[in-house]
Design a protein around this ligand. Structure first.
Ligand SMILES: Nc1ncnc2c1ncn2[C@@H]1O[C@H](COP(=O)(O)OP(=O)(O)OP(=O)(O)O)[C@@H](O)[C@H]1O
Length: 601
């Protein structure tokens, strides 16, 4: 029994420590506010003075009632009281204006810096981390979560502090001027505060669940829109609508549960606060009847009790908002604390030294981090001299793309090593290293924008002449030139749809502009028409001159003249040699593949 209690105590202690730890961690986000500490401090100053002025203004109705009853405490006339109110209001409105502006500067600038850092972190994270997460989940960090934190920095925190000042000021005034009534009132406050904390914690949990569910719902939309053609081709619109509907229903369920709790919370606050308010007013009215209290003081009391009640009620909801922002900060920091694979430090001058292009794979073994138990490469070794061309062929799933992805350092090796120019690839600066590698992927995705931008992606800042020269070499200039807008033609999601062959040629122009020492070509699986195929092949041949090239070939006809062909099967190289050598092995794997293709053709 005693042991049970001990462990329960420990668990509770740990939880408390955890949440304090969490809060301390969340405060790290305030480092983004630090550069704007002066506007923040000035904002706080105006906020404090503004709140005190508010209390002073609220004191005046009672005083005016006292004046007209001939019982003024401060010896003011009605006219003077009016001028005092006007003066205070003028100052308060100027202060409010300044406060809103200052907090806007702080929150907008600091949060856009946070967004920028978060985005920079996202793009510099390694592929394995990104692969494990859904796109919608990651974008939700940068949109929803930052918005939530921004809400706190811009408004909630200020309001929270304002209400605390108003609450403390109000209590001070009441205790100071009407101690007896204050006692009655303060007896009800702890009940409200304790219940507010209890409710707040529960509501926070529900709101977090709602946020997560909303992200999950958005993921459905994003995924469907990304693969809308597949959805339509399989006539799965109904299925997707149902999937989205189910996700929405779950969100509504959680939202309504949260709303029920919030409603209960509001109802509770109203009942207790207003019940207490009228109870106290009733007490005060009796004191006025007995002549031990001024009429104006009764009004004061009612006003301040109302102010204190409102402050407490809003403190609860601000508290909830702040706590849910702490949750958002945690998720943001989780990402920011991940190690980047490279730095984007502009002060470091890029090493532009060009590789010779020798490549060696030495007993490379690898399995994907997400499927550790499935070995994909089981001891692959080969050497490519600088400027040579090799091809990888073999059945689907053999590990051809994996070999390329490892060369691009998308993943870390399990054992073995990959050397470029005699040095382990992991010993190079990653940016410099990837700078030396060009890739023409199987499926070319163009960015939404002009053709010029898409080609210049290979070397941002390239001149029009250079872009056109690259387009010419890539056999792309002819079709680009035929568009009325030429290089300014918009492609991608909202623009002209280019054919597969055209997109490939844009990718080739991009690679020509990049001018890498090492080239990775992933042959398109979908066959192009003969004319387009010829244009692409010609462009590729020009692109490969003077570069070490690795080609993933699906059609053996395109790799007759490469220096060496490696046949990959289930993660091992089972045959290697030139086309002629391999063709002469009567029952070899290469010949079997060739035969299969011939039969299929
Ligand atoms: N990102 C990944 N995470 C986990 N497993 C992966 C990943 N990419 C590929 N695989 C697995 O690794 C194995 C090799 O895939 P890889 O793409 O290298 O083969 P491939 O020879 O290029 O095939 P294809 O010719 O069809 O493109 C496959 O079993 C595949 O399922």
């Amino acid at each position: 029994m005693a042991m049970g209690r001990n462990s329960a105590d420990r668990a509770e202690g740990e939880q408390r420590k955890m949440s304090r730890e969490k809060l301390r961690r969340s405060l790290k986000v305030f480092q983004y506010v630090l550069p704007y500490k002066w506007p923040f401090i000035w904002g706080m100053f105006f906020l404090t003075i503004g709140s005190l002025l508010f209390l002073a203004i609220m004191k005046l109705p009672g005083e005016i009632l006292n004046i007209i009853s001939g019982e003024s405490k401060y010896g003011l006339s009605t006219n003077m009281a009016f001028f005092v109110v006007i003066a205070l209001l003028a100052v308060q409105s100027v202060f409010s204006y300044l406060r809103v502006q200052l907090f806007a500067v702080v929150s907008e600038k600091s949060m856009s810096a946070l967004r920028r850092d978060l985005y920079q972190k996202l793009v510099t994270l390694g592929i394995p981390y990104l692969e494990e997460r859904r796109v919608g989940e990651l974008t939700s960090r940068i949109t929803n979560d930052v918005t939530q934190v921004q809400g706190v920095v811009s408004l909630t925190l200020a309001e929270f502090i304002r209400q605390i000042i108003v609450f403390l000021g109000g209590v001070f005034i009441i205790v100071f001027t009407m101690p007896r009534l204050a006692l009655i009132m303060l007896a009800t406050v702890p009940i409200v505060v304790i219940s507010a904390m209890f409710f707040g914690r529960y509501i926070r949990k529900l709101m977090r669940a709602r946020q997560d569910q909303l992200a999950a719902t958005n993921v459905v939309v994003e995924e469907t829109m990304q693969s809308i053609q597949t959805v339509k081709a399989y006539t799965n619109e109904g299925f997707e609508v149902k999937r989205y509907g189910l996700s929405l229903t779950e969100m509504v369920r959680i939202s309504l549960k949260a709303a029920r709790m919030r409603g209960l919370f509001a109802a509770f606050i109203i009942f207790v606060m207003f019940g207490a308010l009228f109870f106290i007013i009733w007490q005060a009215a009796q004191m006025v009847e007995q002549g031990i209290m001024l009429k104006g003081d009764l009004l004061d009391f009612a006003v301040f009790t109302g102010i204190i009640g409102t402050a407490i009620a809003s403190l609860g909801s601000f508290y909830t908002e702040i706590v849910s922002a702490v949750g958002a900060t945690e998720r943001i920091l989780d990402i920011l604390d991940q190690p980047s694979e490279l730095t984007l430090d502009a002060s470091v001058t890029p090493n532009t030294q060009r590789f010779k292009g020798e490549i060696s794979y030495r007993d490379v073994r690898f399995s994907y981090p997400s499927r550790k138990d499935v070995p994909v490469l089981k001891g692959v070794s080969f050497d490519i001299a600088a400027g040579r061309k090799i091809a990888l062929v073999g059945a689907s799933g053999g590990g051809k793309s994996t070999i390329m992805q490892l060369l691009l350092q998308f993943y870390n090796l399990e054992s073995g090593e990959i050397l470029v120019d005699g040095k382990s690839i992991y010993d190079y600066d990653l940016t410099h290293y990837r700078h030396n590698i060009g890739i023409v992927p199987q499926e070319v995705m163009l960015f939404g924008g002009t053709i010029r931008e898409n080609i210049a992606y290979g070397r941002p800042g390239a001149s029009d002449e250079e872009i056109i020269a690259a387009a010419r070499k890539a056999n792309a200039w002819y079709f680009i030139h035929s568009f009325p807008e030429g290089l300014d033609t918009i492609v991608g999601e909202r623009g002209v749809k280019l054919s597969g062959g055209q997109r490939q040629r844009v990718a080739i122009a991009r690679a020509i502009l990049k001018d890498p020492a090492i080239l990775l070509l992933d042959e398109a699986t979908s066959s192009l028409d003969a004319e387009s195929e010829k244009l692409v092949q010609e462009a590729l041949n020009k692109l490969m001159v003077g570069r070490t090239s690795i080609i993933i070939a699906h059609r053996l006809a395109t790799i007759r003249d490469v220096d060496c062909i490696y046949v990959l099967d289930n993660g091992v190289i089972i045959e290697q040699g030139t086309h002629d050598e391999l063709s002469s092995v009567a029952d070899g794997a290469y010949n079997a593949l060739a035969k299969l293709q011939f039969e299929l053709a």
